[in-house]
Design a protein around this ligand. Structure first.
Ligand code: IMP
Ligand code: MG
Length: 167
């Protein structure tokens, strides 16, 4: 396994994003909406570095292959609390084609939050199919399949403390 982003770099960058969020939300309550399962380590590292009152919610989605590769998204686990009027930040591991976050943004906006932002640990801009505004991005990376720090290959490697890639 080759290391792309080591633990120290991850911690440092996540702390920077945490400070940005603290400034933006100035003592407000925030609802972190984590996208299972890959966002869990990022969500926790962010949350523990922010002093605001942060509530957790989770959703699990997956894309399914139809006859054409339209990459439709379905919800595997839905949210269980009302988010109407809340200040929501969707927390995601990686933005690839942009389909997942485009779907989730629309889905959450329909529930009328007070505000909605997106934080993603990684982004692969060269893979984008749908343009999506991401408010906080940890690292922009090239088109490599990455694992670790929540990201998996066939459910494996999520617990690596760094982001690595398989050649
Ligand atoms: P998108 O809908 O194409 O943006 O896909 C986002 C999802 O694809 C992420 O939430 C990941 O679960 C998965 N994904 C995309 N690239 C990678 C990768 O390099 N490693 C592991 N998972 C990935
Ligand atoms: Mg994911």
């Amino acid at each position: 396994m080759d290391i792309l982003i080591n633990e120290e770099k991850l911690q440092k960058r996540i702390q920077e994003i945490a400070k940005e969020i603290e400034k933006e939300y100035e003592g407000k309550q925030i609802l972190f909406l984590g996208v299972l399962k890959g966002s869990v380590p990022f969500l926790w590292e962010l949350a523990k570095n922010i002093k605001n009152d942060i509530r957790f919610e989770f959703i699990e989605v997956s894309s399914y292959q139809g006859t054409e590769s339209t990459g439709k998204i379905k919800i595997n686990k839905d949210i269980t609390q009302s988010i109407t009027g809340k200040d929501v930040i969707i927390v995601e591991d990686i933005v690839d084609t942009g389909r997942t976050l485009t779907f989730l943004k629309q889905y959450i906006l329909e529930k009328k939050p007070n505000s909605l932002k997106i934080a993603a640990l990684l982004s692969k801009p060269s893979r984008r199919v749908i343009e999506i505004d991401v408010d906080h991005i940890g690292f922009e990376i090239e088109d490599k399949f990455v694992v670790g720090f929540g990201l998996d290959y066939d459910q494996k490697y999520r617990n690596l403390p760094y982001v690595g890639y398989i050649e």
